[in-house]
Design a protein around this ligand. Structure first.
Ligand code: NAD
Ligand code: DAU
Length: 340
């Protein structure tokens, strides 16, 4: 195999991880990617169909909490670095079942850090989130120096992991970089999240369950631009640093839903205001000037074209949606939205 470097990507069968692996395989012939994923409800092998036969790519089914397995992978493959996407990622699920968020997001990250040190892995990138900064009022943005004030069990687990990552840089000298990105949109997102959920419901003429007044604001970035930012941070980021990632694209949830309705030519009467998410963060907005000024990254996909491309992908890949919305998703949906 004509490759020079091996990276361990965790959680590569999920939304962002699968887009990241596809990008690396396509654009970085000098890298081999090992994907360690336990295939939870959110992990889908179909997401990597296009690369699964590439000699640069290897899939291992397993849990990041399994230290024997992680150690074996690192020692047997001279892994240069770890990029940790693996996580429980959905805020609503963290409100009803926080324990698994502690297991995977905190304990799993700790196992990866311990094994990285034990096996002299050179670099560690933690894929974190803007949610660790908490919620904003009408004004202002999150910078890397904003206080860490997470509100949900999900964001607390991500913030805890970030602190462990920083402790491993400080205490053990592991080269670490943390990225904190805003809300991603694009292909392969599990339909529990706003855009694919609303798209799927509107397409099948089901009500669109809007939490609260629908005016919560999220700052949207195309998943490919997030993946590029992770690559910039992994290859060029200064050890010990945090990089915020965002595309300056604030939208209310109702803005997003109206775009979906208009794409599908469906009526606004499908919108149903339901009980708000407990502890619902009001607004996120990311200041990403640091990664732009120091590493030369900038977003390349503008929202208006990115969202149409994304909605077209879901439209043209109905089978993908149907496959993952059978089984576990059906139980989740009725538990989550009935009586809301
Ligand atoms: P996702 O839920 O789509 O995918 C998570 C993946 O991790 C799945 O493939 C799942 O099988 C795997 N996984 C879960 N637990 C595991 C374990 N214990 N061991 C091995 N694999 C496991 O998540 P996503 O939206 O792709 O998010 C990826 C990362 O990016 C997460 O760390 C998340 O916190 C972060 N993030 C997400 C967003 C966003 O908008 N989605 C924004 C910023 C940061
Ligand atoms: O900001 C980055 C974060 O973005 C990531 O760290 C998380 O992993 C990712 O899930 C996402 O979190 P959000 O909570 O912002 O995403 P979600 O798609 O769950 O919700 C987006 C907004 O839409 C939020 O204000 C809640 C609202 N919403 C969501 C759902 C699923 C609804 O109004 N109705 C819904 O049914």
């Amino acid at each position: 195999m004509n490759t020079e470097k091996t990276i361990l990507v965790t959680g590569g069968c999920g939304f962002i991880g699968s887009n990241f692996i596809a990008m690396v395989i396509e654009e970085q012939p000098g890298y081999k990617v090992i994907n360690l994923d336990s295939l939870t409800y959110a992990g889908n092998l179909e997401n990597l169909e296009d690369v699964m036969d590439e000699s640069q790519y290897q899939f291992i089914r397993g849990d990041i909490c399994d230290e024997t397995l992680v150690s074996k992978i690192l020692s047997e493959n001279s892994v240069e670095g770890i990029i940790n996407f693996a996580a429980e990622s959905h805020v609503d699920r963290s409100i009803t079942r926080p324990g698994i968020f502690v297991d995977t997001n905190i304990m799993g990250t700790l196992v990866l850090l311990q094994q990285a040190v034990a096996n002299e892995t050179k670099r560690f990138l933690q894929v974190s989130t803007d949610e660790v900064y908490g919620s904003l009022g009408a004004e202002g943005t999150f910078s890397e120096n904003s206080p860490i004030k997470p509100n949900s069990p999900y964001s607390v687990s991500k913030a805890s992991a970030d602190f462990f990552v920083q402790a491993y840089q400080h205490t053990y000298g592991l080269e670490t970089v943390i990225t904190r990105c805003s809300n991603n949109y694009g292909r392969h997102q599990f339909p529990e999240k706003l855009i694919p959920l609303m798209f799927n419901n509107a397409r099948t003429n089901k009500n669109l369950p809007v939490y609260g007044d629908g005016k919560n604001v999220r700052d949207w970035i195309h998943v490919h631009d997030h993946c590029r930012a992770i690559w910039f941070a992994y290859t060029m980021g200064e050890p010990g640093n945090v990089y915020n990632v965002g595309a300056d694209c604030e939208k209310t949830n109702l803005d997003i839903i109206n775009i979906i309705l208009s794409y599908l030519s469906k009526p606004e009467s499908l919108i149903e205001f339901v009980k708000d998410r407990s502890g619902h963060d009001r607004r996120y907005a990311i200041d990403s000037s640091k990664i732009r000024n120091t590493l030369g990254w900038k977003p390349t996909i503008d929202f208006d074209s990115g969202i149409v491309k994304t909605l077209s992908w879901y439209y043209n890949n109905k089978n993908w949606v149907d496959n993952i919305t059978s089984g576990e998703y059906k139980n989740y949906y009725s538990e989550m939205y009935e009586n809301r």
